[in-house]
Write a protein that binds this ligand. Structure first.
Ligand SMILES: [Zn+2]
Length: 503
């Protein structure tokens, strides 16, 4: 009987504390005992690179209490030390009853250790926190782990953007791919072309489709993300998906006429590639983008650009003829190459959606990365093209990394365009390809906000499927689905407490 009572108490203590880290660490060794930290015991000894992670620890676990830094390691309850032998973004965590020790070789590693500690923590009513005694050794499988949010079709508040940056950091995803320009709205303030946002941010009709991000807000968001080891990769989509910009500046279209705004999808009205003024405009925009975003990577879009106007436009036809490009598809490659080269001159890399390499032709510079997406229509054709031409690839196939595809039919999403968490777990082509091809630098997932997907619907699309994607990006292995399913329940509780909701 005593044994049963003891076992029950043990089980209860385990149930109360999830002791689950998602994505699953490479190695987790749970030991006996706990480490209790009271509010007045935040005595920290830290190497300078870890200071931001220390303050994140105090802010998230002790409601903003300040750390009390000491140079005396023996009196510290928290130790953050550089270990140059650990891999980039990796960390080692050692918790015993006296001390929490964190080792990493770089800032992201320290942040990820803190995020793991948050998931292990048991919050107590008096404001103190206990951690299980544990040893964790962990590092990512893939260097690129991204989430794309479509702020072009729907505007989201700055608070919402920060909420999802928090989510990324908690799930050890390192790039926030921010889709800032669309036919339905241009959301990034560009000071040298003020009409882009004065007019172009207000072309759609929905209540939540009005608005843009000022440069001051963007700087704040970039810093917010950097502290959480998240890099923001802005996307300026051209030549297509540009109706909002062309409404503000019709002179950058082929025929200089007023542009209609699509209700859904995209139109044939794209930036003209024959006018030099368009190239100057794009370079000016990229100048401001590069000043705002320190990311090594800038996304230049390139998807879904119908060539009807280019084929009829005298300026575009002249460009094709004078450069011997042959056709308008090659004109897009030429335009893409011009802008990628411009980014190269600034020491940046250019990411394009796969459409840019659908047709062979004009050579792209060596700083180009291809984002593979159109699996439903083209299977792995883009992956093959990229492999043949030695382009690094981000695997972001619409099946099954497009989180706007719901789990059951909704508006334009018919049954064939739905998927559930188990299908994602077992069938994701992006994950499978990432196991086999070393030109795949990582996995991305995307949340497009078409059909009026507003802010209050984002959590429902993300959870719990985002946990599977985080696991596929980070984890050195996949547990069985039933086993991971249990982890999902526990980690969803953690996220619910943190303010996220599932369907
Ligand atoms: Zn043109």
């Amino acid at each position: 009987m005593r044994n049963i009572l003891f076992l029950s108490a043990l089980l209860l203590s385990i149930l109360l504390r999830a002791q689950i880290i998602v994505p699953t660490p490479a190695k987790l060794d749970l030991k006996n005992g706990d480490c209790l930290l009271r509010r007045n015991e935040l005595v920290v000894s830290a190497d300078s690179v870890a200071l931001g992670a220390c303050s994140l620890f105090a802010e998230t676990l002790f409601e903003g209490d300040e750390c009390n830094f000491t140079t005396d390691s023996l009196s510290a309850r928290l130790l953050f030390r550089v270990d140059t032998f650990l891999p980039s973004e990796g960390y080692r965590l050692l918790v015993d009853e006296q001390c929490v020790r964190v080792y990493a070789s770089d800032y992201p590693g320290f942040v990820y250790a803190v995020q793991s500690l948050r998931q292990l923590a048991q919050m107590r009513g008096d404001g103190s926190v206990t951690f299980p005694c544990v040893e964790v050794c962990d590092s990512p499988r893939l260097v690129w782990r991204s989430f794309m949010l479509d702020s072009g079709r729907q505007y989201q508040s700055v608070a919402t953007i920060k909420k999802y940056i928090d989510m990324l950091s908690m799930l050890k995803m390192n790039y926030f791919h921010w889709h800032l320009t669309e036919g339905l709205g241009w959301r990034l303030q560009i000071k040298s072309y003020s009409m882009l946002t004065e007019k172009g941010a207000f072309v759609a009709s929905g209540d939540e489709q009005q608005g843009f991000y000022t440069q001051e807000e963007v700087r704040d968001i970039v810093n917010y993300a950097r502290r959480r080891a998240v890099t923001i990769v802005p996307e300026i989509d051209f030549p297509g998906h540009a109706e909002a910009a062309l409404t503000a500046y019709p002179q950058f279209s082929c025929f200089g006429e007023p542009i209609g705004i699509p209700r859904e999808g995209f139109t044939k009205n794209i930036f003209c590639a024959g006018k030099d003024s368009v190239l100057i405009f794009l370079r000016d925009v990229l100048d401001e983008v590069c000043q705002l975003f320190p990311s090594q990577y800038i996304h230049l879009g390139g998807d879904e650009a119908p060539k009807d106007n280019w084929d009829a436009c005298p300026d575009c036809r002249r460009r094709v003829a004078s450069l011997g490009l042959g056709d308008s598809h090659n004109l897009q490659r030429w335009l893409s190459a011009q802008m990628a080269s411009y980014l190269a001159s600034k020491g940046r890399k250019a990411i394009f959606w796969e459409d840019v390499i659908v047709h062979d032709g004009y050579p792209l510079p060596s700083n180009v990365i291809i984002q593979w997406w159109n699996y439903r229509t083209r299977g792995d054709a883009a992956l093959k093209d990229a492999r043949r031409n030695n382009y690094p690839v981000i695997a972001n196939t619409n099946y099954y990394t497009y989180l706007n595809f719901p789990t059951s039919p909704w508006r334009g999403y018919t049954k064939e365009r739905t998927f559930d968490v188990e299908t994602l777990y077992n069938e994701n082509p992006s994950y499978k390809a990432s196991l086999h091809y070393n030109n795949i630098i990582g996995i991305g997932c995307s949340l497009w906000c078409d059909y009026g997907l507003t802010e209050n619907m984002l959590d429902e699309r993300l959870f719990p499927r985002i946990f599977v994607l985080a696991q596929q990006m980070w984890g050195s292995s996949l547990p069985s689905f039933p086993e991971f399913g249990e982890n999902i329940k526990s980690i969803m509780n953690f996220f619910s407490v943190a303010g996220y909701s599932k369907k």
